[in-house]
Design a protein around this ligand. Sequence first.
Ligand code: GLA
Length: 388
Amino acid sequence: MQKRNAGGQEQSSMSLRLQVYCLLIVLTGSLPANAQDDERSLRKAAAGRFLMGVSVNQSDLEDDASRSLLLRQFNVITPENCMKPQSLQPKEGEFHFGQSDLLVDFAKTNELQVVGHCLLWAKDDRTSQWMMINEDRPVERDVLLKRIEDHIEKVVTRYAEHVSMWDVVNEAINDSGEKLYRDSVYTRLTGDEFIELAFRTARKHDPSALLIYNDYDCHRPHKREKLIRFLTEMKQRNIPIDAYGIQGHLSLGDDSVDQLRITFDQLRKIGMKVVITELDIDVVGRDAWWADQGSQRERLRHYNPYPDACPDELLQKQSEQYAALFRLFVENSDIIERVSFWNLHDGRSWLNDFPWRRTNYPLLFDRGRNPKPAYDAVLKTFEAASNN
Ligand code: GLA
């Protein structure tokens, strides 16, 4: 799988650079100014364990500070929106590849890997109307399956050469209740056949890529039980799912480290690889939005507790949580292929707008693109693991 490696080359060039720095220190008696800052990098720290990635869009690549942050810290990008089905094929047969071509070209030029996100999003509100109807009538099962196959074939053949991992199906599992799958046009008409078709089609047109089933909250006990049941059955039917994508949209102070530990153990047992696909730690917290049948929403709409800056105490708590998470990732690096953040810095996070507008601080870099305490904590975690 030449398209994918956990950054082994980085490791050898890093040790060479380390030797040069040691020599400099011996010769000059001190570290060159800013040398430490210039050299620090997530992708280098994680080399040999897993890849480090981030989601981006074109505006990140056009901003000098963001672009250099991206290139220094990461070795994989996920297009934030432009490869989603509704962006790529807004009307039947009308493909808009402009934005994704630009991102893939940027990745090629800069030797970054690309995650194709996503081939099918199993939600009605993330599916174009044209996909659900056929000449003013609800679409029939066979037509829907053909449309799914055509979309995946078209996108995968265009980008197979450079995409190393595909999020093939996004968010098909139902959040609550007994039903395994979320209600959608796909499940209503095909049961789980759309999942089988999506993975088989992706494999057919890109045999060497890592094929991912991507979802949120499957480390929580109720959804985890469904996830493991689902993946086990898919394996028994030889459906080519290589990895589970843990989106990893976490909240400050949650119990995700403990829950993820259990999840990793269970995934290892069924022979499933893991990618962390959309990591962030919300410091405002958003569970209340869905609690009590949404009755707190009016109050929350005006709730913006940290409009100017994130209190130091919260930054500290966040860095401890990130450190604990990365300790867990390092311990499980035998099954983890990649850890990706969702957005580059706090100012770009979707959690400033979802599910209501507030100033949030979920990532490792602040609005000025500077490293936060959590960044130092993550790097220290890697250092400590390397010294053991
Ligand atoms: C989900 C999707 C992503 C992105 C995030 C947040 O997790 O998989 O593409 O839309 O929500 O915006």
